[in-house]
Design a protein around this ligand. Structure first.
Ligand SMILES: [Zn+2]
Length: 260
């Protein structure tokens, strides 16, 4: 992998908009340098019109959408049209996201993290206010994706501080992130909430420490009367995913390396 993208500069001749230039450069870079984190296959750029994904793996068919910016990714990122996004999530068609941060001065890629599609649930999508009647697309409603609500386990580190991670690590992280795919959408929403809490706790933690977030979890699921039972159920699922170990009644230990 070559993290520089100066060799693509000829592609942006004639373009004026900075965002368009960045788009063309990072797409070209991703096309040539990224491989499918699931199978190592080649990613091909899909035709620009009417696409919901930017790339598709030629071998396994996994789809990816590229989000690139020069600043580090914050707590939230801009999503597409709200209802289309929710429908894509419900139908299991939402692509994984390639979050690419570049350095325009050095014309190089700084960070690439891939967010596995399974962790993009309804709970992570925040609707925006529909555009007013004066707007060109009046009534159009966008959304935000709350990256802060998604556990670290959902992300695959492909490039960190300008250096590429070994493909074996990328594949392993993808497999871990992929392990929730067999769960229903509702289950995944719950697992994400509880895992996010677990990730913030020390290496060894107690059930009581997770129960401390009971009120916060109740806000996400106001209809649920038995949050504690739900918490215990999620901890079992997280244990079955191989991310935590059961030490003794009410005591757990994190075993996945990115969850220190
Ligand atoms: Zn693939």
């Amino acid at each position: 992998m070559d993290i520089g993208f100066s060799r693509y500069l000829s592609k942006i001749q004639g373009y004026k908009s900075a965002s368009q230039k960045a788009r063309i450069l990072t797409e070209a870079w991703a096309s040539d340098n990224l491989e499918c984190p699931s199978c190592g296959g080649t990613l091909s750029l899909l035709p620009a019109n009417s696409r919901t994904s930017d790339f598709q793996c030629q071998s396994c068919g996994e789809t990816y959408q590229l989000k690139s910016q020069s600043k580090p990714f914050g707590k939230k990122i801009l999503g597409a049209e709200y209802n289309t996004t929710i429908q894509a999530i419900k139908n299991g068609r939402h692509p994984s996201l390639i979050l690419l941060q570049y350095d325009l001065k050095n014309l190089s890629v700084q960070q690439v993290r891939i967010l596995h599609r399974s962790w993009i649930t309804e709970q992570s999508i925040i609707p925006r206010r529909p555009l007013g009647p004066q707007a060109r697309r009046a009534g159009w409603q966008g959304c935000l994706l709350a990256l802060e609500s998604i556990p670290c386990t959902a992300f695959v580190d492909v490039v960190q501080n300008g250096s590429a991670s070994p493909p074996t690590i990328v594949r392993l992280q993808w497999q871990t992130a992929h392990s929730v795919s067999t769960l229903t959408l509702d289950q995944r929403g719950w697992v994400a909430l509880v895992l996010r809490i677990v990730e913030s706790l020390p290496q060894q933690f107690t059930l009581q420490q997770v129960y401390a977030y009971e009120k916060e979890l109740a806000k996400s699921y106001p209809a649920n009367q038995n949050i504690r039972a739900k918490i215990r159920q999620q901890l079992q699922i997280i244990r079955d995913l191989g991310l935590i170990q059961f030490i003794k009644p009410g005591v757990y230990r994190k075993i996945y390396r990115s969850m220190q």
